[in-house]
Design a protein around this ligand. Structure first.
Ligand SMILES: *Cc1c(COP(=O)(O)O)cnc(C)c1O
Length: 399
């Protein structure tokens, strides 16, 4: 390591430390924060005996999420991966199809495609959103698509291209309006993976409300948690009804008979988890305000430090600042792991970006476009501790 790199690492660690509360000896990456009605809502499930997949909190949590996002319907699921898998089922993705998605994402996005025996097809990201690059997607489809019987086929692999999944990375909205235009040009369904972006908006629209449907996650590390949980949001009533039916074993409603009209899934969110979710969602405005303040602190602390950039809100967007992110300059890229070690030594549980999907053994042979931005950025991204407990207290927020 050069002296310059060693010096930069010291300065970056100091800057990150200075943005965090002095009292926090250890800063985890993203811990859940329970500051509201969590205990009382969960207790009421136990008191009343409604712990499983039917109960008032499930219905309420769905209504609340629909209201927050502006989607007409919301269907709660056991986790975000199940929500993604079910979305693919609902869009007619079948074994042997290809589904386009970014290589820079959490593995669940690609796994959901594989769970349907379909093939993930990896696309590059743009530098302002770290999400799908709409221009590259359009140019790539122009090159590889052959149209037959109103459908798109990959001329290189002979497989049908069935859908596109756009992922909103780290709580920054993707440019889905432009991705949607590309999808429209090719007649492809757009599913938004909004697992990380509850409370994030682009051009005044909540993430997940541009595509035909979107999925959320309420895993323990997300901005709002149900312990484990997910959601499909959509404004297509028929799709919503089908999602609810298939996620509840496709059981036909009847007072006592058990009959099912399709191969369904046991993907419904339990009431216990939804109770936690309702209490968490009441605090979303406060969480968002506090996370914005922490992002501002990181941005200000890192601004004077050479060799590093803080990932800013993309233009026209209101990010939820789920996971704060810094980007090392190319010269410092090779020193990333030394920075991670120095941050961990200082009690700061920073993390690199996920391994890119096309570099994982099970997806290495999947089709992909050239991925220069993904490959360059994945080497240089460092995610910083971002949990609500580490954020400055909120100025008063209107509920
Ligand atoms: C968390 C996450 C998921 C999956 O959510 P689970 O609830 O953990 O199954 C999917 N995609 C992205 C981008 C995520 O961050």
């Amino acid at each position: 390591m050069t002296e310059l790199a060693a010096d930069s690492i010291v300065r970056i660690v100091d800057a990150v430390r200075s943005a965090l509360p002095a009292a926090a000896q250890k800063a985890a990456l993203h811990e859940p924060f329970f500051g509201g009605n969590e205990w009382s809502y969960v207790k009421s499930c136990l008191d009343e005996g409604w712990v499983s997949s039917v109960g008032a909190f499930v219905d309420r949590f769905e209504r609340d999420i629909a209201q927050v996002t502006g989607a007409r319907r919301a269907i709660a699921t056991v986790n975000g991966t199940a929500a993604l898998h079910l979305s693919l089922v609902l869009h007619g993705v079948v074994a042997g199809d290809e589904v386009l998605l970014p290589s820079l994402t959490f593995v669940a996005t690609a796994n959901a495609v594989a769970h349907q025996q379909a093939v993930p097809h990896f696309c590059d990201i743009d530098t302002t959103t770290l999400s799908l690059d709409a221009d590259k997607l359009g140019a790539w489809l122009d090159r590889i698509v052959v149209r037959r019987e109103g459908q798109c086929w990959n001329r290189n692999t002979g497989r049908r291209i069935a859908a596109v999944i756009a992922v909103h990375i780290f709580g920054h909205p993707a440019d889905v309006a432009r991705v949607q235009q590309v999808c429209d040009r090719f007649g492809l369904a757009l599913i938004e993976d909004a697992a990380e972006s509850l409370g994030a908006y682009r051009d005044g629209k909540h993430t997940g409300t541009t595509g035909h449907c979107a999925t959320l996650s309420f895993n323990g590390n997300k901005i709002v948690t149900t312990g484990g949980g997910g959601m499909i949001i959509t404004s297509d009533e028929a799709l919503a009804e089908r999602a609810k039916h298939l996620s509840t074993t496709a059981k036909l409603p009847h007072r006592w008979a058990f009959e099912h009209d399709a191969i369904g899934y046991n993907y419904r969110m339990p009431n216990l988890n939804a109770a936690l979710g309702c209490a968490q969602l009441e605090q979303l405005p406060v969480f968002l305000a506090r996370k914005r303040l922490l992002a501002e602190r990181y941005a200000a602390a890192l601004a004077p430090v050479a060799g590093v950039q803080f990932m800013a809100e993309p233009p026209g967007s209101r990010s939820n600042h789920w996971l704060n992110t810094l980007l090392l300059d190319e010269a410092l890229g090779p020193s990333r792991d030394l920075l991670l070690a120095a941050l961990h030594d200082a009690g700061i549980a920073a993390r690199p970006a996920w391994q890119l999907m096309h570099l994982l053994p099970m997806y290495a042979a999947c089709p992909r476009m050239d991925l220069p931005v993904s490959e360059s950025y994945a080497q240089r991204i460092v995610n910083l501790p971002s949990g609500v407990a580490l954020c400055p207290p909120a100025p008063s927020v209107a509920p």
